[in-house]
Design a protein around this ligand. Sequence first.
Ligand code: PLP
Length: 375
Amino acid sequence: MIYLDHAATAPVPLEVAEEMYTILREHYGNPSSQYASGLDMKKRLEGWRQTIASAMGCPPERLFFTSCGTEGDNWAIRAALWQNRHLGRHILTTAVEHSAVLECCKWLAQDGYEITCLQPDGNGNISTQQVLEAVRPDTALVSIMLVNNEIGTIYPVGEIARGLAARNPKTLLHTDAVQGFLTFSAKALGADFITVSGHKIGAPKGVGALYISPRVRNPRPLLPGGGQESGLRSGTEATAQIAGFAKAVELRMKTLHEDQARLGRLKAYAIDRLASIPDLQPVGNSGAAHILSVSLAGWPSQNIVNDLSAQGICISAGSACHQGKPSHVIKALNLPKRVASSVIRLSFGPSTTEAEINACAAALRNHRDNRMPML
Ligand code: PLP
């Protein structure tokens, strides 16, 4: 199988699976138990938190484990609105956020919150100025992602944080950094809430984390209960998942700079290989080294995905979360219909090779030459 869909989820390295197995089989204590194996597990849990926090450049006591990125996004938004409940009920976000943010905002709109969704330009860009001009005295929260999961556009979160501090210091800033995980430092970003998810970097699915800055003094608990995660997110900790998460972070951090540089070269190589395919054009301003969106204008994306899948090549038609439905991100770019309906996403990881890109380019060329365009 040729796997070019790392933005959907990443393969789990053997070391991660082995670490999880060891925890499941040999260290199954509950971190809340007061005898030796429970205390041992609590110590390990704090060690894993430390590993992930130091990779994110934040203090471990401000990092809370969650079950996924979706949970982190929902928690951050609701916690911010609670903290700023006396400031106002206006939420500023963008039309290209992940559904975890947009669907949460839709629910909040039904509860009387006012949502402003900023529109990107045709390449997916949203500027700091655009964000700051839309901030109002009653804006409780700005939620803008760090890296777009479909087109790879990087948003100026650090600059927005600094601008917001000058313009309306009480407004809280959340960033969904799921696709930018490990390429940022929480301190440099300056956001009040940062969502990450393990399975995009080789951890198992079902574990993530939320950073909450000290500016949010008494964060609203997501799940009241037994008091785990400093009383903010109760529920017995998913120790094996978290162990796998920390191991995946540790492994990625070892070669992060080489991997990023290599991914950048691979992406340039892929752009070069795909450029010779007639009717194929790039989509969006992708600054992220691991995401490349293109359109084979006239050939519907789902047909391309199916055809390549039959040949053992995994790519996606937009985000894996959309399950074949037209993507709101591509719609927001306002592209001509035949371009928008033909967008596919290739995404790379440390294991991706030039040979895999060659095979994918050949399959796309073959699709273009041998399938009738339908649009
Ligand atoms: N945010 C972004 C940008 C994503 O790409 C994803 C996953 O695709 C999520 C949030 C949701 O993360 P999870 O699958 O861990 O819920």
